[in-house]
Write a protein that binds this ligand. Structure first.
Ligand SMILES: [Zn+2]
Length: 108
């Protein structure tokens, strides 16, 4: 699986956690599924391709303002909950962010 594919899965999980637990929907509501489609599209179009950092570090910067705000809320809500509902995904995501930080420091 490519990095972009993995990133799409992480975002899909986060949106689902948010919609189910914060908004109380059994299935993804229209607004959330639209945002998810938008997020996937942004990832597919990402100029960094598979060398991109994780979504928190990068994705949000290329979002339209209203989408960015909603995605920020979703990440704030779902980020910590990923450890409960999807611990493996959360861990690999976290390790990737740490690696990215370390890689950046080494470049300087
Ligand atoms: Zn929703």
């Amino acid at each position: 699986m490519t990095r972009i594919e993995r990133e799409k899965r992480v975002i899909a999980k986060m949106v689902m956690i948010y919609c189910r637990h914060k908004e109380g929907n059994a299935t993804l509501c229209d607004e959330c599924s639209e945002l998810l489609e938008y997020a996937k599209l942004r990832l597919s179009l990402c100029p960094h391709g598979n060398a991109k950092p994780t979504c928190r570090k990068c994705t949000i910067h290329c979002y339209k303002p209203e989408k960015r705000e909603k995605m920020r809320q979703i990440m704030r809500y779902s980020g910590p909950r990923m450890l409960i509902y999807s611990p493996l995904t959360a861990l690999t995501h976290l390790i990737r962010e740490l690696n990215f930080d370390l890689g950046k420091k080494k470049e300087r």
